[in-house]
Unconditional design. Structure first.
Length: 146
């Protein structure tokens, strides 16, 4: 199970991680609109469910974050549902495979952030899926952790 720290249920941990996400969004190359729905039904639940991974640079500044859900990859409809249906309690740990729903990073940190995420958050044999650049679903199995 991916985990960066222990469960993120203390109010200090929640505010710290939320602050990191806000810092990453505010320093991003692209303008990203975040709504109240996004905060209440995506970001805060990801923090509470420990389904967020925040990457830091060598100066310990947050530079990227990943949000994922655990789903079964039985049908494409399951994946589409996981990407479009957001609830603050439901749908976060509904299967055995990891679906990366959000990845935000500055362009200069992107490759290092992905490497750090893959090396720190998953175990060999874990199945990870994500949307490719053209909107198609990519599926990878973690073969080794470096």
């Amino acid at each position: 199970m991916p985990s960066q720290n222990t469960a993120s249920n203390s109010i200090n941990d929640i505010y710290y991680k939320l602050g990191c996400v806000i810092a990453i969004l505010s320093h991003n190359d692209k303008e990203i609109d975040i709504t109240q729905f996004d905060v209440l039904n995506k970001i805060l639940p990801a923090i509470r469910m420990d389904n967020i991974f925040i990457c830091f640079n060598k100066n310990n500044h947050p530079v990227a974050f990943f949000i994922w859900k655990k789903v079964d990859l039985d049908t494409p409809e399951t994946v589409v549902s996981a990407l479009t249906n957001w609830h603050h309690y439901l749908g976060w740990k509904e299967g055995e495979h990891y679906l990366v729903t959000h990845f935000v990073s500055n362009s200069e940190c992107k490759i290092d952030s992905v490497k750090k995420f893959m090396a720190s958050a998953f175990f060999p044999g874990d199945i990870i899926s994500y949307l490719g650049k053209k909107g198609n679903i990519k599926v990878r199995e973690v073969s080794h952790v470096s």
